[in-house]
Each structure stands twice: as C-alpha cells, then as structure tokens.
Design a protein around this ligand. Structure first.
Ligand code: FE2
Length: 329
C-alpha cells in the first residue's frame, strides 16, 4: 500500500493546518540519523509552502542529556512549533516539559508514510478523545474485564490524563501523529486482580502478537506472577532481565478510539511500524507496565511495555466505556 510523495505532502499540509501552523511562527525540526527521509522531505515542502521560518536540529543525545546542550534548549524554548522525529518523550527526560511549558506545540512523528496518510487525524478524532477524557478525568476507579479471564480494578485520581488525538493545536500540547487514544496511571499500589493476555493481543516492544494466553496476577500495583506457556516465559524473561522490581508495576491504562487504526497492521506493515495502529485501534484496552515518571510519579524504570488487548470491557466508576472490544458512544 505504497503512497506517492504527492499524497504524503498533501497529508503534511493537512496536519500542519490542523496544528494551526502560521507563516509567522518559528518552526524546529528535530532529527537523528535513520529517520524516514520521505517524511522529512515532505514536511520541509509543506512548511516551505506555508512560508514558515524553519530550522533543523540534530542534537547529539546519546551520551549527554539534551538539557545540558544550552544553545539547543534555548532555541527550542523560543520556538512555536516543534516537529520531533527523535522521540524526546522516549528519552524519559525533563526536556519535554521544559520545552512545552513555554508554550511550544510539539508533534512526534515516527511512523512510515503509509501509516501517516491512512491515519491522517481529524477534528472528529480530537472530539472523541476529549469527550472520553471528560469521563476519565472525573473517574475514581477503572475496572477491566474479558471473557479470557481479565478482571482488574484500579483506583484513579492521583495522576493526570493523557489525551492523544494525532495533532497539536493548543499551546504546550504534545501529540503523536498518528494516535487516537487516552490513558491515565493508577494510583500507586491500587491495581489488583488478574490480566489474561489472549491470542492476538500485542506486546511492545516485541512488536508481536501473543499466540497463547499469559496470566498476570496483580496485587497492590505490581505483577506478582506470570504464568502460561512459551509466550509467558518470554514476557517473564524480558522483565526479569531488567533486574528491577519497578519493572513489574502497572503503568498507564486506557483505550483506543481511532476507527481507521488497524489491529492487523503490525502483520502487513512487516514490523516497519512503530506500532501506533496497535496502540490506537478503536476498542482496544491498552495495558502497560513499568514507569510512571512521565505522569509525575516517582517510579523510574527502563522496562516499559505497551500491551494493546482485544475483546475487553472497560468501566469507569461502573460505567461502561467499551464493551468486549467495542467503543460505546
Ligand atoms: Fe507506553
């Protein structure tokens, strides 16, 4: 499903319009070696057509945190719109907050051109995510259940709600094209119950589908036991190899709302995707493990797994948000 450069540039034009990028605004493009060059080229063309003053920055971040690069930080803090091909949020550093708190709108892009065009965000995507966010922000509890055996309850309210609708049109807002989901973090030590990953659920960073059920017994916020066959052994080994008790914690929880995102994409994009089809497809329950530092918590660990699950029902304070993998209005 290859897309032409013309289609790609058109998608960039539309996203920059959704992001309300104006000719008088300053624009930064953050790059690193190995990014999708077609995206970079198309972005430059769309910015040029708009008449924006663009500068491109390729900071060396492997050995030193970006915040120690004073000229780069000063420049980014004065920039209106930042297109991030690096994934600053993935570095789990303070830089993202230091930059966006000055009002910069920041958009992260890492998916291949095909996914960008197919999952071009819309204002309806934003409305769906924000509408669901109203319920999530007010909720004191979340419960998730499935026929496969999942029955997990968590308390909410201590951490913020993350809304990702695929573009950034508000000062200080960070987003990811493509996206379309919401999440929040359970109160510390409040997650209790069982999560059963079933065949077809997806494990990141493995970028693979679960083939056989994995049972996770969760008490007081942490996975206490992982049981099942080969898939369970693999998951257990991966977490164990981090030698970090915090790796067993329950992290952000939420659900997907993007009707164009496809559960099957990982298979036919042949793993070239970073996985936002999987994280966003409508009706998934996105379970995750590890840190809560990006929500302002103190739980810091390098082991983070995103696990989109199918066929789950999600309840906020007893009210159904999804039913067996389908989003309720
Ligand atoms: Fe995550």
């Amino acid at each position: 499903m290859a897309v032409s450069q013309a289609e790609l540039v058109d998608a960039w034009r539309k996203v920059l319009a959704l992001c309300k990028v104006k000719p008088e605004e300053s624009v930064a493009i953050l790059t690193r070696p190995g990014i999708q060059l077609r995206n970079l080229e198309a972005a430059h063309q769309a910015f040029e057509e708009l008449g924006c003053q663009v500068y491109q920055l390729e900071p060396q971040i492997r050995n030193k945190p970006l915040r120690e690069n004073k000229p780069a930080m000063a420049a980014l803090q004065q920039t209106d719109f930042i297109l991030d091909f690096i994934g600053l949020h993935l570095l789990r550093t303070y830089e993202l907050g230091m930059i966006t708190e000055k009002g910069a709108r920041m958009l992260y892009v890492t998916e291949p051109p095909e996914a960008l065009v197919r999952l071009l965000p819309t204002q309806a995507d934003k409305k769906a995510v924000c509408d669901a966010g109203v319920f999530m922000k007010a909720a004191k509890s979340m419960r998730i259940e499935s026929d496969a055996g999942t029955d997990l309850t968590v308390a909410l309210g201590d951490f913020p709600v993350l809304l990702e609708w695929g573009y950034t049109d508000e000062p200080g807002h960070w987003d990811h094209w493509p996206a379309g989901f919401l999440a929040t973090w359970p109160n510390e030590r409040s997650a209790n119950g069982v999560v059963v990953l079933d065949a077809g659920d997806i494990i990141f960073p493995f970028k693979d589908y679960v083939r056989s059920p994995i049972r996770l017994d969760i008490r007081e916020g942490y996975i206490r036991e992982i049981s099942g066959g080969f898939d369970a052994d693999m998951l257990r080994a991966f977490i164990e190899e981090h030698n970090d008790p915090e790796a067993y914690a329950v992290s952000h929880l939420g659900w997907g709302l993007n009707p164009r995102a496809r559960w099957s994409a990982l298979q036919w994009l042949l793993r070239q995707t970073n996985g936002n089809d999987g994280r966003s497809f409508a009706g998934n329950f996105l379970f995750s493990t590890g840190p809560n530092t990006d929500a302002g918590g103190a739980r810091d660990t390098l082991c983070h797994m995103d696990i989109p699950m199918r066929n789950c029902s999600v309840y906020l304070d007893g009210r159904a948000m999804t039913h067996k993998g389908k989003v309720l209005a």
